[in-house]
Design a protein around this ligand. Sequence first.
Ligand code: ATP
Ligand code: MG
Length: 592
Amino acid sequence: MSDDKQPMGQTRIHKTGTQQPAPHLASYEQAAAQFRWDDAANLLDGLPGGAGLNIAYEAVDRHLAHGRGDKTALRWLGRNGERRELSYAGLAQASNRFANALHSLGVQPGEGVFVLMGRLPELYVALLGALKARCVVTPLFSAFGPEPIATRAEMGDARVLVTTPELYLRKVQGLRQRLPGLRHVIVVGEAPAGDASLHSWAALVDAANPDYAIAPTDPESVSLLHFTSGTTGKPKGAMHVHAAVLAHAVTGRYALDLHDDDVFWCTADPGWVTGTSYGIIAPLVCGVTNVVVEAEFDAQSWYGVLASERVTVWYTAPTAIRMMMKLGAAALQGYDLSALRFMASVGEPLNPEAVLWGQQAFGLPFHDNWWQTETGGIMIANYAAMDIKPGSMGKPLPGITAAIVQRDSSGLRLIDSPDTDGELALKTPWPSMMRGYLHEDERYRKCFVDGWYLTGDLARRDADGYYWFVGRADDVIKSSGHLIGPFEVESALLEHPAVAEAGVIGIPDPMAGEVVKAFVALKPGFAPDEALRNELLGHARKRLGAAVAPKQIEFRNNLPKTRSGKIMRRLLKARELGLPEGDLSTLESDEK
Ligand code: ATP
Ligand code: MG
């Protein structure tokens, strides 16, 4: 990093000692020193009779054995105001029916079950039922077009697809020739006539036996296949195993501070790993009430959900937070958010400005945490009982050893000095670590060096042990001998009252190697004119120093993002330089 930048992390948000309920992680230092994954295993029950470990049993069935069968597991809020509640007992029966339905179709353990639908209750039932049947489950984002569906289903060898009649007719029917391995399609609603491989959910699943005994499950057997977000290139298929559920039990408690009485809402779609690990598995394993909202983002209706459902713990993402900031804190007025006690964010770097805005608007800070599809669960986090340094991802989960490293020809060099940029690495193993990239063994092997998993993200650790995201290794800008992380530049721009979003890239420069260029979307009421451009350039220079500040700013109505809400810097760059745009299967909003 350059010497003339303003260091981040001057601010701290202190927590009081009187939080209710008392945080699971009362002392980070103590837990980090004492934690053993083997000890934590007592958070789980295991299959009866020592028959292994199955995610769905831990998430659902065991709560019945502990007298929690009547408790609400899922509270579903439909797009048209409908409500449906499923108790743990109801979810156990429904997922049993689905597992029996798979057996009746002759589906074998290890075979691929894909789910393509909006956030309907059946998605949750199918995912858990397929895990009970020991199939490999892949939830796909319902807004995918036919091509991304086909490539993923081909790659993952889908045997069964669960979808809706509309999605089937619009997106899947035309792909059947290409997917000869896809033997059965279960549709939630009336099955289109004339095809014996199409089954209606009502006839097949609702009619199935509600009793099911999960067969012995090897904790190392594959449970979920998750595709990455495609932010840096073609999505990879990360394979996870049933043993991962221990990481979900631990992080649900430590990183999200879930307690028995919590009403939890994770806003991510299960088509992305966050929406499965934390939108389904972790909250259920922790036995809380999990709110599922079918509708897409809308700030006002989200505030309505937080208030009416008395959500206590909320897990969301920087894009959504930035959109709420764009509307302003006044939009929160009139909503009773007194139940809310913990807010967390993941998916992209959370700008310090956004953490502080949380404090101002909700009276609570957002707790940023970091992880990847590959890590299966939260790895670095800001914990309930720990001071927050806005802009930092926090500290490694107890049980996880993180390091800042540099690779060279002789292997890895661990960087001990604080505030030094390097690649973020995690010591292997941990329970939710991916066990492979589907059909990409070589690429998988390359992620591991000397017992460390290399994340591909650059970060630094400060003297207090907090980790700071610098940028993805691919996105880092090299300018006149400086290494510039786009996050820092974007965060500085975001401090300006006119800026709603910023995406920063490096563009070639004959003198400096690369110079910084920023793409900026403005808040309502600000005009994208020369005066504002100069003001922003000046603001950035003052905040970051001339060496790091952008040399060019281009205004955009919005920035290209993945469907999971991440700014696609590689696309900004490809378009700027007239290079091939690469895989766009996860691109959502787009404006050239
Ligand atoms: P692909 O690997 O296909 O390019 P992706 O990396 O965006 O896509 P995910 O696994 O969904 O796919 O995202 C993980 C990445 O998201 C991390 O490696 C990191 O770059 C970014 N990320 C997630 N959480 C945070 C965070 N709290 N702060 C900074 N970056 C984050
Ligand atoms: Mg990635």
